[in-house]
Ligand binder design. Structure first.
Ligand code: NAD
Ligand code: MG
Length: 391
């Protein structure tokens, strides 16, 4: 029996994870669930999965959850320390890290330091603290399995462990596929007037609002380039972004002998979730088998860095190193939130991120405190730029 903590249980990834778990009650048991503010949804999940513990964002939310769960033997708590506790408890084996944004870093790191099996969806955590996070995984013998569909595909297309570097394994290129999002074919001028609803309508995937906007700007792919760098020990030059609008091939690895290995499947996150849960075994996920005869032609293009400046900014941050990716990530989180709240336009997202990157120094990422200090400075800088341009 694998005992599981789900951080961010009410989100898109959290719900898909519970869907897979519900198909295999004899193999998996839910130890703890967390949500930030959607207390009623969390209460319904608690009634169905009967975890021992549930964690929410605030004391008010905790009081409300305790009231809704009255009569059930579930320990209710709130705040970051409680998240770190359910991620590192000796009573859990596996942690699904599916909180969105920097808020997920501390609990994901706590899971790494406790040597857990970590299923990592929360890419922002790795983008911010790459070296520190990977060091903690190695030092505490944690197991890190990627949930991001591209990284899960790359993991499946690599020789099987992280022990060797990509070049030792004969990797010539990691081909990170990208759908190009909803605005792949729009003229750049019309992007100024895009609404949050349009940006959140992804052609192939149904996801949370923040990652949906990131997909529309392609910052998501930029964050994924940095994520791939840390997960697989691949230098920026080894990682190539390929636009593939159908999202059938989830990424590829090209080897020096000319072989290209790919992982294909219907675009449904339950496939990488089931893969990581059961690894190295396989379990059913509820995803329909891919029917190749029903597929239209598969297309591949080079990305247009002018249409998608966020992609270039992310490569810049990766090359700059240190706390530069944390700067990029924090500025982006603030800008995306401001766009979703209709305070700034869609194209202002990349302008805010660029200005924060240009106007702020980055430093060495010695420790998590340095990363969090950079994160805080970048949020402040981005917020003041947002205020100065907001309509
Ligand atoms: P979502 O917005 O649907 O859910 C986010 C979850 O995090 C919710 O449960 C919410 O309660 C929790 N949360 C939000 N703010 C929090 C805070 N301050 N403190 C604690 N908890 C908080 O997001 P999602 O689409 O499920 O994405 C989650 C993560 O997975 C993101 O990092 C995203 O990039 C990554 N990811 C998602 C997908 C996808 O298909 N949705 C694919 C690949 C990677
Ligand atoms: Mg992805």
């Amino acid at each position: 029996m694998q005992r599981i903590t789900i951080l961010g249980a009410t989100g898109s990834i959290g719900v898909s994870t519970l869907d897979v778990l519900a198909r295999h009650p004899e193999q998996y048991q839910v130890y703890a669930l967390s949500a930030h503010s959607r207390v009623e949804e969390l209460a319904a999940q608690c009634r169905q999965f009967r975890p021992q513990r549930a964690v929410v964002g605030t004391p008010e939310a905790a009081a409300e959850l305790a009231r809704l769960l009255d009569g059930l033997d579930i320990d209710v708590a709130h705040g970051e320390a409680a998240l770190c506790e359910i991620a590192s408890s000796p009573d859990t084996d596996t942690v699904m890290a599916a909180i969105v944004g920097a808020a997920g870093l501390a609990p994901a790191l706590a899971a790494a330091r406790a040597g857990k099996k970590i299923l990592l969806a929360n890419k922002e955590a790795l983008v911010m603290s790459g070296q520190l996070f990977m060091d903690a995984v190695r030092e505490h013998k944690a197991t890190l399995l990627p949930i991001d569909s591209e990284h899960n595909a790359i993991f499946q297309s690599l020789p099987g462990d992280y022990a060797r570097t990509p070049s030792e394994s004969g990797v010539a290129k990691i081909l990170l596929t990208a759908s190009g999002g909803p605005f792949l074919h729009r003229t750049v001028e019309t992007l100024e007037r895009v609404t949050p609803a349009e940006a959140c309508k992804h052609p192939n995937w149904s996801m949370g609002r923040k990652i949906s906007v990131d997909s529309a700007t392609m910052m998501n792919k930029g964050l994924e380039v940095i994520e791939a760098h840390w997960l697989f020990g691949a230098p920026a030059e080894l990682i190539e972004v390929v636009i593939h609008p159908q999202s059938v091939i989830h990424s590829m690895v090209s080897y020096v002998d000319g072989s290209v290995l790919a992982q294909l499947g219907n675009p449904d996150m339950r496939t990488p979730i089931a893969h990581a849960l059961a690894y190295p075994e396989r379990i059913a996920s509820g995803v329909a088998q891919l029917d190749l005869t029903q597929m239209s032609a598969l297309q591949f293009y080079k990305p247009d860095f002018e249409r998608f400046p966020c992609l270039a900014l992310a490569f810049d941050a990766l090359r700059a190193g240190g706390t530069a990716p944390a700067l990029l990530n924090a500025a982006n989180e603030i800008a995306v939130e401001a766009f979703l709240n209709e305070r700034i336009g869609f194209r202002d997202i990349d302008r805010v991120v660029r200005r924060v990157m240009d106007e702020n120094e980055h430093g060495a990422a010695h420790d998590i405190e340095a990363v969090m200090a950079q994160d805080a400075r970048a949020r402040e800088a981005a917020s003041s730029i947002v205020s100065s341009i907001s309509r």
